[in-house]
Design a protein around this ligand. Sequence first.
Ligand code: AKG
Length: 289
Amino acid sequence: MHPTEEERYLFDLRGYLVVDDVLGAAELEELNRLLDAYDIWNQTPGEDLFFDFWKNDERQISAGPLHAWDRPFRQLIGHPRIVGYLAEFLGPGFRYDHGHAMFMRKGGTPFGLHGGRVPWAPAISYEVIDGLIRSGLMVVQYALCDAGPDDGGFCALPGSHKANFACPASFEPLDDPGPWIERVALRAGSVLVFTEALTHGTLPWAADHERRALFYRYAPGHLAHVGRYREDGREPPGGAYPRPSDSASDDWGPQQRRMLEPPYVHERPDTVTGEPYGPERPPTVTGEG
Ligand SMILES: O=C(O)CCC(=O)C(=O)O
């Protein structure tokens, strides 16, 4: 599904968009059941062959890579409700870059504000040229539990992906967020799509229930954000994009396989249709002169 005119307007204005009811009750139940079985809180970082971990404190864990987890997690990489947004906000050759799950328990600590347009970082840039939105890195966050307005979790400075000045350092800590911070509430099954150019962060988790969210990150077809391939299938610290062999799995359709292509430019097909799309350039003005 492509964004509506209203969604495109709001995304450009604020730097994020909430798409409700992407996952149904049965899908949520299955993903949460698998996460229960993974028993992430009781895994030891660095000792398991399946998970890569970043344990931020005793009440916050990030784990991945999602492209190597069970099929229901892999299938979300190309969720049909989402691909149209990716093509519209990243360009026709967009690719899947990396992904992880985040778990927070009550009292889990904040991640300060990051991202933002200043200082300029081409890899996470946000531009609109000739009416085309082009973002350097897009995040698709699936909420696997409700995150109410006072629960914590994702927050942002709306519009900061177009800011002209650096976010003041005094705004960065999120222990006691100022009124300029927007808390984005999400219902279980909703998706939050945002550009990494947006200044955003994580508020301390205040709810009694555990926060569970999946983060899938996508880039334009010419760009990779995380490191090299690793032949043992694990991510190096800081992440790695999927290896070509990951896309040989039977459950990837042709469109998902195109999403798992490494970054390149020459003759890259349109990720959604598989058709050639040619160089992406604004129209050239020619004339005498
Ligand atoms: O949803 C959150 O907690 C923020 C995640 C975040 O900072 C990111 O994905 O870059």
